[in-house]
Design a protein around this ligand. Structure first.
Ligand code: BEZ
Ligand code: FE
Length: 285
């Protein structure tokens, strides 16, 4: 049978329906149907489609082992956060998940209770304390909290080519009673990378390209769903306009100002600091 405008979608769906395993065939046939519907819906022109292909090519070409423009694309389209929500439907008392983002680095060093992961980087000292528990409130001993964040200029370690040791990232472990203590510096809101194809596209819109101040956490404990989340600073700018749709009420935490003196880890600080208290509650498998 020859192809015409009316039968092309059915023909392409038939061909891609031969993909295996079955799930791949399900994904590819749905993709073909939705792409064809999109082209029909907007009456896509050849110039527009070529511009889109050039944009995708540029997004691939600017990506490398440290930069991932296609993850960023998925993030700003809201697709990453939709996939997170579809796959992490937790009990209301569990800590909600949010986007991983492109800046997580595997293999952060193990850090003792109260360790300062900012290691002399300028900024206001910030302590996170609390527990890791299950949904019944039972503490989880020895749970690993993998934490990472940007510095006060909004830069992550992977955006700094010359840095060759862990910077603003560490893996903390809860004590026997489930408690943890992290020392770091206050994060600030920052712009997503705007010097590539995603930035070019966003500049053609009124979209704010900032994220509110946050610290990332990953907790992967046996018997529980892997939790990938952030804690956001209460009152931070951009909470209502996060460019990657990652904010949730339950993840917004007060960073309380405290005077110089005894810090939550028992040490003495000669400058004022911030203290955020938060219990991470893990969803059972
Ligand atoms: C981040 O929070 O690290 C991030 C997430 C998505 C896009 C860009 C940055
Ligand atoms: Fe971030």
């Amino acid at each position: 049978m020859f192809v015409d405008e009316d039968n092309i979608t059915d023909l392409a769906v038939q061909r891609w329906g031969t993909a295996h395993p079955k799930r791949l065939s399900e994904l590819m046939t749905a993709l073909v149907r939705h792409l064809h519907a999109f082209a029909r819906d907007v009456q896509l022109t050849e110039d527009e489609w070529m511009a889109a292909i050039e944009w995708l090519t540029a997004a691939g070409q600017i990506s490398n082992e440290k930069r991932q423009e296609l993850i960023l694309t998925s993030d700003v389209l809201g697709l990453s956060m939709l996939v997170v929500q579809l796959n992490n439907r937790y009990a209301p008392e569990a800590t909600p998940a949010t986007v991983l983002g492109p800046f997580h680095i595997d293999g952060s060093p193990a850090a003792p209770y109260g360790f300062d992961m900012s290691d002399g980087i300028a900024g206001t000292p910030l302590f996170f304390t609390g527990k890791v528990t299950d949904v019944e409130g039972e503490p989880i001993a020895h749970a690993v909290l993998d934490a990472w964040q940007a510095d006060a200029d909004g830069n992550y370690e992977s955006q700094m080519p010359d840095v060759d040791e862990a910077r603003l990232r560490a893996k903390y472990r809860t004590r026997e009673d489930g408690t943890y203590c992290i020392r770091t510096i206050a994060p600030r809101g920052y712009a997503i990378p705007m010097d590539g194809p995603v930035g070019d596209l966003i500049r053609k819109t009124d979209i704010s390209y900032f994220r509110p101040a946050h610290v990332h956490f990953l907790i992967d404990e046996p018997g529980h769903q892997k939790l990938i989340t952030h804690l956001f600073q209460e009152g931070s700018e951009y909470l209502d306009s996060d460019v990657v749709f990652g904010t949730k009420d339950a993840l917004v935490v007060r960073f309380t100002e405290r005077p110089a003196g005894v810090a939550p880890d028992g040490s003495t600080l000669d400058e004022p600091y911030l203290h955020a208290e938060y219990d991470f509650v893990l969803q059972p498998d």
